[in-house]
Design a protein. Structure first.
Lengths: 378, 329, 148
C-alpha cells in the first residue's frame, strides 16, 4: 500500500544549525502536562522527545496498598474522560478471577453507560482538536451535547466525571425510568447533530486541506509501538477489543468497527466520528434488550480475596485498549496492579511520526492521537 | 450646510478620530457578543446593561498596565510602530464618503490613496516585530509581510476590474454612478462583468487576509507556540495594535460598501443616506465576525498558495472578461 | 483543469454550508445558566459530602459506631467513636468526623453501612473562610441541626 505524503514546500536542510524549542508542560495544545522537547531546524522538527511524568500520581503503587474495593475510585481517575471503561476493566478482572456472575441487566446497563461515556469522550476530543486547529465554535457545540450525556449520567450515578458506578458483580444502584427515557431522547437528538458536524466541520475544505495527508502513521509503526484504538484503526487494521476479545455482552450486539486505510490525520478523525454513530447504534440495541432483574449479583463476598495468580482483563476504552493485570498472592490487597493505558503507547510513536514535519502539522498529529496525559503518567 | 474651512477641518479631525475610536472599542463588543451568540452563549453581560460598558473596562485595564520596552529593543521604532499602524486607518477614512455631504476630502485619486496607506500598515507591523528584537516576533512579522503582499495583488486586480466599469477613482463619483435602485449597485452590474459576485468574493477574502483576520490570522494565532508579532507589547501598546486591527476592518468594509454595494444609495428611498451606509457597513462587519468564528485556520503555505494559485488567476480572468464585455457591448 | 475548478466550487460551497449552520445556531437561544443569578437543580442522587441520616423519632442519627465506613474508606477520611449507653441494645455514636479534603465521593461508606445511616448531601457550593467547613466536618453536630 502506497503512502502518499504531501510534504510542505521545502524540507529540512542538512547540516543546518538546530535549536531546541520546548513545547512546555503548560501549553494549550498538549491537553495536559506533557512536555515535548523539539529540536527544530527552522520550521521543521528534526527530533521530538516527549517527556512525561509531570502528573504521575502513583496509581499502580496505590493498588498495592488498598483492598480491591478501595481501589475503585482510582480507576475513574486514570483517564477521567472515559472513566466508565476503566472501572469496567478493574471490576471485570476481579469478577473473572473470583468467578462472580454478573446479572444480564447489569451487563446491559454497563454497555449503555460505557457507550455514552465513549461518545462524551469523543466529543471532548472533537472540540479540543478543532480548537487546536483554530476553529473555536464546534467546541461549544460539542460541549453542549456532552452536557446532555453528563446530566443523564449524573441522574443515575450522582457524579459528572469520575463516576465510580460499577461494583463487583454489578452496579452501585439501578437505573431509573428517567434515565432510560432520557437516553432514548438523547439518541434521537444526537444523530442530526452528528450530521451537522459532518457538514460544518468534516466537509469543510479548510479542515480537509489541514488534515488530509498530514501525519501518516503506517500500520507497521502502530504495531511496533503497540498503538491501539482509533490510531490503529485509522491505519487500516481492524483491531477492536470488543470484536477481538469480546467482553460483557458485546458479542450479542450488532455493530461495525470503522476502519480507514489512509493512515493520515483525516482517517483517525473519521474513525472517531464514525465510532460515535456506532455507539449510538449500540445504545439503541442495549436499550431495546434491557432485561428486568437484579442489578447486582446475589452472592458477592464481603471481603474480596483473589486466588493466587495472574489475571488480565482488557476493554476498548475511548482511546484504545485499556487492560488491567492483577497479580494476587491470596490476600485482600493485590500484590501488583498493572494498568496498560492506551495513551502511553500512542504517545511513543509521536517521536518517529513527527520527524521532518512542520510545527503546526505536528500539533495536528498530536491532536489526532487523542492523548490524555494523566492516562500516560497514571 | 457648508462650514468654512477651519471649522470643517476641526469637525472632520475630531469626527474621524471619535468615529474610529468608538468603533474600535465597540467592535470588540460586537465581536464578543457575536462570537457568543454563534456559540450559543451569552457573552459579556455583567458590566453595564448587556455588557455595553465592557470595552470601557477593557480600555481602563489596558491603560493601567505598564508599557514595558524591552532593553535590547530599538526604542524609537518600538514606540513608533503602534502609531504607524493606527495612522493609515485614520488617513484612509479622510477619503471615504459616508453620505452626499459627509466626506472629509473629495479626492480624484481617493481609491489609490486607500491602497497606498494600506501598504504603510504592512510596513508598520514589520517594524513592530523587528523592533522587538524577539526571534519569534520577527518570524511572525515576516510571515505577515509575505501574506499581506501576496493578497494585495488580487485585491488590486479586482479594483482595476471595477475601475474599468466606473472609469473614475473618485469615490464620491463611484457611489453617485450607482444611484437609482439596487440593481444599479456595482455588484449587480452583470452586463459589464458577469462574474461580479466572484469579484466581490475575491475582494472580501483579500480584505480578510490584509487585516489578518481568521481564517488568515497567522499573526495572532500562530501563538500555538508563541505570541506572534505583538509579543513584546503590553498595556496600551498592545491596545493600539488591537484598535488598529478593528479600524482596518472598518476601512476595508467601508471600501467594500462603496465599491460594490452603492455606498449611501438606498434601495427604497426612505432613510437618509448615511444611515444606509452604516447599515451596509455593519452588515459586512457582521459577516467578517461570522467568518472568523466559523472556520479553522489554514496552514501558512496553503494561504500563500490560495493567493498565488487561485485568487490571482481568477481575478485576471474577471479582468479580461470585463474588458471584453465592455469593449463588445 | 476541470477537476481543479470543480474542487474550487465544492470547496467554496462547503464554506457557505458552514456559515449557514453557524447562522442557524446564532438565532437559537443561549444555553447558559447565569450562575449566581440562576442555579440548576441538583438531581436526587447527587453526590455531595456525606451526612448522617436523622432518625425522625429520636432526633438523633441511626449510626451504631460499627466503624465499617471507617474501614471501607480508601482515603482514611472518617473517624467514628461511639459508646454503648445503659439500657441501649446497640452503640450510639458520639463523634463522627469527616475529612472532606481527602474524600473522593466514591460512596463506599454509604454502601457498606449496615443501618443506612449515611447519605449524600446536595451541597456543591462549599467555598468557606473557615477550616471546619471541610477539614474535620462534625457530622454529629450537623445531624442534630438538620430539619426533621
Amino acid at each position: 500500500m502506497q503512502l502518499e505524503t504531501i510534504k510542505a514546500p521545502g524540507s529540512p536542510t542538512e547540516g543546518q544549525e538546530t535549536f531546541v524549542l520546548n513545547l512546555g508542560p503548560q501549553h494549550p495544545a498538549t491537553h495536559g502536562v506533557l512536555r515535548v522537547k523539539l529540536t527544530m531546524d527552522g520550521e521543521y522538527i528534526t527530533r521530538a522527545e516527549p517527556v512525561c511524568g509531570y502528573i504521575h500520581r502513583m496509581h499502580e503503587k496505590m493498588g498495592e496498598n488498598r483492598t480491591y474495593a478501595q481501589f475503585l475510585p482510582n480507576t475513574s481517575r486514570i483517564d477521567y474522560l472515559s472513566a466508565m471503561h476503566y472501572t469496567h476493566a478493574f471490576v471485570g478482572v476481579v469478577e473473572r478471577a473470583v468467578g462472580i456472575e454478573v446479572p444480564p441487566r447489569a451487563e446491559y446497563v454497563r454497555v449503555i453507560t460505557s457507550e455514552l461515556n465513549r461518545i462524551a469522550s469523543h466529543l471532548v476530543w472533537f472540540g479540543a482538536f478543532l480548537l487546536d486547529l483554530g476553529g473555536f465554535t464546534p467546541l461549544l457545540y460539542a460541549f453542549d451535547d456532552r452536557e446532555k450525556i453528563l446530566d443523564l449520567l449524573e441522574g443515575i450515578t450522582g457524579a459528572r466525571l469520575t463516576y465510580c458506578y460499577y461494583r463487583f458483580g454489578g452496579l452501585y444502584n439501578d437505573v431509573d425510568e428517567a434515565f432510560l427515557t432520557g437516553t432514548r431522547e438523547f439518541v434521537t437528538y444526537m444523530r442530526p447533530r452528528l450530521d451537522m458536524y459532518r457538514e460544518l466541520v468534516t466537509g469543510n475544505v479548510i479542515l480537509r486541506k489541514r488534515l488530509e495527508g498530514i501525519g501518516p502513521i503506517s500500520a507497521k509503526t502502530c504495531r511496533k509501538y503497540g498503538a491501539t484504538g482509533p490510531v490503529i484503526r485509522g491505519s487500516g487494521v481492524a483491531h477492536d477489543v470488543r470484536k477481538v476479545m469480546p467482553y460483557s455482552v458485546y458479542s450479542d450486539l450488532d455493530f461495525d468497527i470503522p476502519v480507514f486505510p489512509e493512515c493520515d490525520c483525516m482517517a483517525r478523525y473519521l474513525v472517531r466520528m464514525e465510532e460515535m454513530a456506532q455507539s449510538l447504534r449500540l445504545i439503541e440495541q442495549a436499550l431495546a434488550r434491557l432485561p428486568a432483574g437484579p442489578f447486582v449479583a446475589a452472592k458477592v463476598p464481603r471481603v474480596i480475596k483473589l486466588p493466587p495468580g495472574d489475571y488480565y482483563y482488557a476493554v476498548e476504552a475511548a482511546r484504545g485498549r485499556f487492560a488491567v493485570r492483577v497479580v494476587s498472592d491470596g490476600k485482600e490487597i493485590p500484590y501488583r496492579v498493572k494498568l496498560r493505558t492506551p495513551s502511553f503507547a500512542n504517545l511513543t510513536l509521536f517521536e518517529e511520526a513527527s520527524r521532518g514535519m512542520m510545527l503546526p502539522d505536528a500539533l495536528a498529529l498530536l491532536g489526532s492521537l487523542d492523548l490524555v496525559i494523566p492516562d500516560i503518567d497514571r | 450646510m457648508t462650514l468654512s474651512e477651519p471649522y470643517r477641518l476641526f469637525f472632520y479631525l475630531f469626527g474621524t478620530m471619535a468615529f474610529v475610536g468608538l468603533n474600535a472599542a465597540y467592535l470588540v463588543w460586537v465581536e464578543r457578543k457575536g462570537a457568543a451568540r454563534f456559540q450559543r452563549r451569552s457573552g459579556p453581560t455583567e458590566v453595564g446593561p448587556a455588557g455595553l460598558l465592557q470595552p470601557i473596562a477593557d480600555a481602563l485595564k489596558l491603560l493601567s498596565k505598564q508599557v514595558l520596552v524591552p532593553p535590547e529593543a530599538d526604542r524609537t521604532l518600538f514606540r513608533l510602530a503602534p502609531v504607524l499602524v493606527m495612522a493609515p486607518a485614520l488617513m484612509c477614512l479622510s477619503t471615504l464618503p459616508y453620505s452626499e455631504r459627509l466626506g472629509a476630502r473629495d479626492l480624484n485619486l481617493g481609491l489609490v490613496l486607500v491602497f497606498a496607506f494600506g501598504s504603510i500598515n504592512v510596513m508598520a507591523i514589520m517594524l513592530g516585530g523587528w523592533a522587538s528584537r524577539n526571534k519569534y516576533a520577527i518570524i511572525s512579522s515576516a510571515r505577515i509581510v509575505s501574506q499581506n503582499v501576496a493578497y494585495e495583488i488580487p485585491m488590486l486586480l479586482t479594483v482595476i476590474t471595477l475601475l474599468m466599469i466606473t472609469g473614475t477613482m473618485n469615490l464620491r463619483e463611484i457611489v453617485e454612478q450607482q444611484a437609482g435602485g439596487f440593481w444599479n449597485w456595482n455588484i449587480c452590474k452583470l452586463t459589464a462583468n458577469p462574474l461580479m459576485p466572484v469579484t466581490f468574493v475575491i475582494f472580501f477574502i483579500c480584505m480578510l487576509a490584509e487585516t489578518n483576520r481568521a481564517p488568515f490570522d497567522m499573526a495572532e494565532a500562530e501563538s500555538e507556540l508563541v505570541a506572534g508579532a505583538f509579543t513584546e507589547y503590553g498595556g496600551m501598546g498592545f491596545g493600539v495594535f488591537f484598535m488598529a486591527e478593528y479600524a482596518n476592518i472598518l476601512v476595508g468594509c467601508s471600501l467594500a460598501t462603496i465599491l460594490f454595494f452603492g455606498g449611501w444609495q438606498s434601495p427604497i428611498g426612505v432613510l437618509p443616506g448615511h444611515l444606509w451606509f452604516l447599515l451596509k457597513l455593519y452588515a459586512l462587519i457582521f459577516t467578517v465576525v461570522w467568518v472568523r468564528w466559523t472556520f479553522p485556520r489554514t496552514q501558512f503555505y496553503r494561504l500563500l498558495n490560495l493567493s498565488w494559485k487561485v485568487l490571482i488567476p481568477l481575478s485576471l480572468v474577471t479582468l479580461v472578461l470585463t474588458s471584453a464585455m465592455l469593449k463588445l457591448f | 483543469m476541470k477537476r481543479a475548478l470543480r474542487d474550487l466550487l465544492t470547496g467554496f460551497g462547503s464554506l457557505l454550508t458552514g456559515m449557514r449552520i453557524t447562522l442557524q445556531q446564532f438565532f437559537k437561544p443561549p444555553v447558559t445558566v447565569h450562575y449566581p443569578h440562576e442555579a440548576l437543580k441538583m438531581p436526587a442522587r447527587y453526590r455531595g459530602h456525606i451526612l448522617l441520616v436523622r432518625d425522625p423519632e429520636t432526633g438523633k442519627s441511626l449510626c451504631i459506631a460499627c466503624k465499617s465506613c471507617e474501614k471501607a474508606c480508601p482515603s482514611d477520611c472518617i473517624v467514628v467513636e461511639g459508646i454503648k449507653r445503659e439500657g441501649d441494645k446497640k452503640k450510639s455514636v458520639t463523634d463522627f468526623k469527616l475529612d472532606f479534603t481527602k474524600c473522593s465521593l466514591c460512596g463506599s461508606c454509604v454502601e457498606v453501612c449496615p443501618v443506612d445511616a449515611l447519605e449524600f448531601s446536595k451541597e456543591y457550593n462549599l467555598a468557606s473562610t473557615s477550616k471546619e467547613a471541610f477539614y474535620q466536618i462534625d457530622l454529629v453536630k450537623r445531624v442534630e441541626a438538620r430539619d426533621p
